[in-house]
Design a protein around this ligand. Structure first.
Ligand code: ZN
Ligand code: ZN
Ligand code: FE
Length: 765
C-alpha cells in the first residue's frame, strides 16, 4: 500500500536549510516526491509506505533545522502518483515576505568542531558558517536572500566551497555566506593609520598579544565594531573609559565559555540557558563576589553584563586570550555603533590602538541584545537587536501596511502588514544626525525586505520627537498616507496586550521615564484602562514639578528637591546630609523656590523621576550621564531580603482618578537617611512601598471597572525588584498579570504598540 501526502509548512522556513532537511529525511526513509519553496513557505509532496510518510511528518514537526521557526505543519492526503526518487525543485516565485531573512545566529557546534580541528580545512578560519549558523540579517542587501544580494557577493566560492553549496546532503547546501580561507573574507590587524601590525601568527594571535599588553583593540563583529581590552587589567579598562569620554555605562564582557562566565556572575539555570542560546544576548546577572574584573568595568554596579562568543572570529580570539575581555559596543556616547570600516577607523582611531578588521562588509549595523532573567518568569528583554531582529512578532488582528515610528530614546521602528509586525533593530537615542540617518535607512531597508508600503504611519504625540517629525514629513510627501497619533503610555499598554494576543479590556500599570501626555504634560506613572485600540487615564502618580525640564533628567538632585518640597508642604526643605557635598546650597534653595512658585517648570507624573529623586536622596547619584542611571543604581543598592516598606498612600477613586501619593514615604525615608540607615535598607523599603501601592491602586481600578487583567510595562519595569514585588502583590489578590516578553518594557517596545493600536483603530472604524 502506498500513501501520498501534501505537506505545507509555514513560518520562517526559507534560507534556513529547510528543503535539504526534508530531502535528507525523505531519502533516509526511502520516500519519493519533491520539496519546494513557494510564496507561503515550504511545500512538499511525499509518497511511500504509510508508516514512513507519517514518520516524515513527525520529523518535520519536531526536528526542524535550528534557524527555522515553524508556525504550522499541515498534511493532507492526495492521490499517489507512483513517483520514484526525491528531488528539491526550483522555487516557484520570490517567496513569502516573512520567510526571507532570518536573524544572525551564533556559530553552531558542528562549525565550532571544525574551527578547533587542526586537520580541518577551516581550522581557525574566522568566517566559518553553515546553513544552521552565521550572519544573515546584517549581510542582506535585498531580497531574495541569495548570495548576490548579500555582502558576500564579491567573494567567489572556490571549487570545494561550491561543491558543498551545491550538495543537498551537505550542511552548507545553499548557505549563502559559505566561505573558506582560500576564497572568503580575511581578518587583518591594522593600526589606526592603516599599516599592518606585524608579529608572529595570524591577525587574531597578534591581536591577543596586544590585548595581553594592555592595548585597546577595535574588533569587527557581526553587527558592528566592539572595543575590546583585558577585563581584568584596570590600566587598560581605565584607558578605554577615559578615551571613550563621559561614558559611565557599565561595559559588557565576553567570556571564553560558560565556565569562565560562571566565574564572573552568579548564574541561574535560566541565565545559563540565555547565555548559551543561539541569539547570544548580553545577560545582566549578579556579579560574583571577587570576580576577576577591573573596577572600571562597571563602577557602582552589583551586576555585570556578560555574553559568550557568537562569531567564529570571537571564538578564536577568546579561546586564545583564555580570559574574559571587555567587549563594549564601539560608539562615542549616544552615537550608533560603528560598522563601516572607513568610518570606524576615523571615529575609533583616537580610542583603539589597533583594528582587528575584515573585508566582509556589514550592511545593517546591529547592536548586541540585552536580557535579564526574572525569578520564575520569562526574562525581560532590555534591548532586542542582534540575534532577534528581523524575526516577526504576530499581531492579534489584521492590519493594512503600516509603519510605527517609535519614540525617541532607545529608538526602534516597526513595519507591519496582515497579522505580522517586524520590529527593527535598536537604533539608539534619536537625537542627532547619525541616529536619524540610521533610522531612515533602517526603515527603507525593512520596507523593501518585507514588502511593506505603508498606507498608515503611527507616531508618538510628542511634537518635537524626530520620529514624529519624520512621520509628518512622510505624510506631507505622500498624500495617500494616513497619520495615527498614539499616546506614549497607551502604546506601552497596547504593545504588551498585542504581543500576548489579548484583545479584551485591561488595566495598564505603566511606570516610565516621561512621555507626552494627552494634556501636554509629561506623563510617566500611569494607570490606563482600555484595550489595544484606546485607553483612558484611571489614575496616576501624584504630579510634581520638574524643575528645569530636561535638566531634571540629567540632575536627579533637582527631583530630590522637588519631591522634598512637595512632601514638606510650605517649609523650604533643608539640603539633606547626603547631597550637601555635591550640591551648592544656593542652587538647592533656588530649585526649591522654583518648585514652590511653579515658575517655568512643567509638572510630571513620571515614576522614573521619583526613582531619580530617591536615588539622589540616598546619596547615590546627584547627577547622571544617561537616563535611568540613578534608578538602576537604586535597584542595585536595594537589599532583596528586606521586606519592610514605606507606605505610599492611594487616594481618589470613584469619579476621581486614583492618585499614588508617596509624600509620607519620602518623609519617612528622609528620616531614615538622616539617621544614617543603610542605603540597602532604605532603597528596598522604597521599592516595596511603591510596589504595594501600585498593586493596590491597580486592584481598585480593576474592581471599579470589573477588570481582571493588569499589564505592567514602561521603562521603570526593567527594574526586576519592582517588577517581582508588584506582580506578586497583584497575583496575591487574584488578578492576572502580563509583562512584555518578546519586546522590551522600555521605549524599544513603543513602535510595535503604535502599530497594534493603529491596526485596532482602523479595524474599529
Ligand atoms: Zn554552522
Ligand atoms: Zn572556499
Ligand atoms: Fe516610555
Amino acid at each position: 500500500m502506498t500513501r501520498r501526502v501534501r505537506i505545507r509548512v509555514t513560518g520562517t522556513v526559507q534560507g534556513v536549510g529547510f528543503r535539504p532537511f526534508v530531502y535528507r529525511e525523505a531519502l533516509d526513509l526511502g520516500l519519493a516526491g519533491f520539496v519546494i519553496n513557494d510564496e507561503r513557505g515550504v511545500l512538499a509532496e511525499v509518497e511511500g509506505d504509510p508508516t514512513d510518510v507519517g514518520e516524515l511528518v513527525r520529523r518535520i514537526e519536531s526536528e526542524a533545522p535550528p534557524l527555522s521557526e515553524v508556525e504550522s505543519v499541515v498534511a493532507e492526503a492526495v492521490e499517489p502518483k507512483g513517483e520514484t526518487g526525491f528531488r528539491i525543485a526550483e522555487s516557484r516565485s520570490g517567496g513569502a515576505a516573512d520567510a526571507l531573512v532570518s536573524a544572525d545566529m551564533a556559530t553552531c557546534e558542528a562549525c565550532l568542531a571544525e574551527l578547533r580541528d587542526p586537520a580541518d580545512r577551516r581550522h581557525r578560519y574566522p568566517f566559518i558558517n553553515c546553513t544552521d549558523c552565521g550572519p544573515r540579517f546584517t549581510i542582506v542587501r535585498g531580497v531574495p536572500y541569495d548570495r548576490p544580494l548579500t555582502t558576500m557577493a564579491d567573494f567567489e566560492m572556490c571549487a570545494e566551497c561550491q561543491a558543498e553549496y551545491s550538495d543537498p546532503l551537505d550542511r552548507r547546501f545553499h548557505a549563502q555566506p559559505n566561505a573558506c580561507s582560500v576564497c572568503g573574507p580575511q581578518a587583518r590587524l591594522i593600526r589606526p593609520g592603516g599599516a599592518e601590525v606585524d608579529g608572529d601568527g595570524d591577525a587574531i594571535a597578534r591581536a591577543v598579544s596586544m590585548l595581553a599588553d594592555g592595548a585597546v583593540v577595535a574588533v569587527k563583529g557581526i553587527g558592528g565594531y566592539h572595543l575590546a581590552c583585558d577585563a581584568g587589567d584596570e590600566r587598560a579598562v581605565g584607558a578605554l573609559r577615559a578615551r571613550k569620554r563621559r561614558e559611565e555605562k557599565p561595559f559588557a564582557l565576553m567570556a571564553p565559555d560558560l565556565e569562565a562566565a560562571r566565574g564572573l556572575v552568579e548564574l541561574s539555570a535560566a541565565e545559563e540557558e540565555l547565555l548559551e542560546g543561539r541569539e547570544r544576548p548580553i545577560v545582566i546577572a549578579r556579579r560574583r563576589e571577587g570576580a576577576p574584573v577591573a573596577p572600571s568595568v562597571a563602577p557602582l554596579s552589583r551586576d555585570l553584563g556578560v555574553m559568550l562568543p557568537y562569531a567564529p572570529l570571537q571564538h578564536v580570539l577568546l579561546a586564545d586570550a583564555g580570559r574574559p575581555l571587555v567587549m563594549t559596543s564601539a560608539n562615542l556616547s549616544d552615537e550608533p555603533i560603528a560598522y563601516a570600516d572607513d568610518e570606524a577607523r576615523h571615529r575609533l582611531g583616537p580610542i583603539a590602538d589597533a583594528f582587528l578588521a575584515h573585508d566582509r562588509p556589514i550592511h545593517m549595523r546591529t547592536d548586541d541584545s540585552v536580557v535579564r532573567a526574572v525569578h520564575g518568569r520569562p526574562p525581560i528583554v532590555l534591548r532586542r537587536s542582534r540575534g532577534y531582529v528581523p524575526r516577526s512578532i504576530p499581531l492579534p488582528l489584521d492590519t493594512p501596511p503600516v509603519l510605527g515610528c517609535g519614540a525617541e530614546l532607545k529608538s526602534v521602528f516597526s513595519v507591519a502588514k496582515g497579522r505580522r509586525a517586524w520590529p527593527g533593530h535598536h537604533i539608539g537615542d534619536l537625537k542627532n544626525w547619525e541616529t536619524l540617518e540610521s533610522f531612515r535607512e533602517g526603515i527603507e531597508h525593512f520596507e523593501r525586505l518585507f514588502e511593506v508600503d505603508p498606507q498608515v504611519i503611527a507616531h508618538d504625540l510628542h511634537p518635537d520627537y524626530l520620529s514624529t517629525r519624520y512621520a509628518l514629513e512622510r505624510a506631507e510627501a505622500d498624500v495617500r498616507i494616513e497619520l495615527v497619533g498614539v499616546q506614549h503610555h497607551h502604546a506601552h499598554l497596547a504593545a504588551c496586550l498585542a504581543e500576548h494576543g489579548e484583545m479584551g479590556e485591561a488595566l495598564g500599570l505603566i511606570f516610565d521615564g516621561t512621555g507626552y501626555g494627552e494634556d501636554g504634560s509629561a506623563w510617566g506613572g500611569e494607570l490606563l484602562a482600555g484595550n489595544v485600540a484606546s485607553s483612558e487615564r484611571a489614575g496616576m502618580l501624584m504630579p510634581v514639578r520638574l524643575p528645569g525640564g530636561d535638566r531634571a533628567v540629567k540632575e536627579p538632585w533637582r527631583m530630590a528637591a522637588s519631591w522634598l518640597s512637595h512632601a514638606l508642604g510650605d517649609e523650604l526643605p533643608p539640603i539633606p546630609r547626603t547631597l550637601a557635598d555635591d550640591v551648592d546650597a544656593s542652587d538647592w534653595e533656588a530649585v526649591c523656590g522654583i518648585v514652590q512658585t511653579g515658575a517655568g517648570s512643567p509638572v510630571t507624573t513620571s515614576a522614573g523621576r521619583l526613582f531619580d529623586a530617591v536615588a539622589a536622596l540616598c546619596g547615590l547619584r546627584p547627577r547622571v550621564s544617561y537616563e535611568g542611571q540613578a534608578a538602576a543604581e537604586l535597584e542595585g543598592a536595594a537589599d532583596p531580603r528586606e521586606r519592610g516598606a514605606y507606605e505610599v498612600a492611594v487616594e481618589g477613586g470613584g469619579k476621581a482618578p486614583l492618585v499614588l501619593d508617596p509624600r509620607e514615604a519620602i518623609q519617612a525615608l528622609l528620616h531614615d537617611i538622616e539617621r544614617g540607615e543603610a542605603v540597602a535598607y532604605v532603597a528596598a523599603r522604597f521599592h516595596n512601598g511603591l510596589a504595594a501601592a501600585a498593586a493596590a491602586a491597580a486592584g481598585r481600578a480593576c474592581e471599579e471597572r470589573d477588570l481582571d487583567l493588569v499589564v505592567c510595562s514602561g521603562g521603570v519595569f526593567q527594574n526586576r525588584l519592582l517588577a517581582e514585588r508588584t506582580l506578586e502583590a497583584l497575583e496575591a489578590v487574584g488578578l492576572r498579570t502580563l509583562m512584555p516578553v518578546a519586546l522590551p518594557p522600555n521605549d524599544g517596545g513603543i513602535a510595535y504598540g503604535q502599530v497594534a493600536a493603529a491596526a485596532a483603530r482602523i479595524a474599529r472604524s
